[in-house]
Design a protein around this ligand. Structure first.
Ligand SMILES: [Cu+2]
Length: 138
């Protein structure tokens, strides 16, 4: 499993350098305060409908994207803004020794527009980044 996560992240970083397909929704971006740059990917890469999936997340310095930050707390949630509801599952974040975060317990039980939100805390300040995710291409 660890190997596949690493492979996935590598592939997704390669995609971020300009080989992403135009139709793909962005899977990286700055937090609202600009302190962090989030890279995330799903396992499997295409989010399944009404089935559990995982996320792999890296938190990088917002000013220097080459620098990965490994001592922050990460929280993940997802909702459907148009319907005013969240997931029915509880996401669980764990951190690997390498400093990457793995999130399990993700499940989109309804097709449509979801908003995936990452919150990063340094113990004092919390910044968030949200990503639109269409559920789910088959
Ligand atoms: Cu809904």
């Amino acid at each position: 499993m660890k190997t596949s996560i690493l492979y996935f992240l590598f592939a997704s970083l390669v995609a971020c350098t300009g080989e992403a397909e135009p139709s793909e929704e962005p899977r990286s971006g700055l937090t609202d305060g600009g302190s962090y740059y989030i890279y995330w990917g799903s396992i499997p890469q295409t989010i399944p409908f009404n089935d559990l999936f995982e996320l792999s997340v890296m938190v990088h310095d917002g000013a220097d994207k080459t620098k990965m930050l490994t001592d922050r707390e990460l929280y993940v949630d997802a909702s459907m803004p148009a319907h005013d509801h969240g997931m029915e599952t509880e996401p669980n974040v764990t951190k690997s020794e390498s400093g990457m975060y793995t999130v399990d317990g993700m499940l989109f039980h309804m097709a449509g527009e979801w908003e995936l939100t990452f919150a990063v805390s340094d113990g004092t300040e919390v910044e968030t980044a949200s990503f639109a995710v269409s559920c789910c291409d088959q």
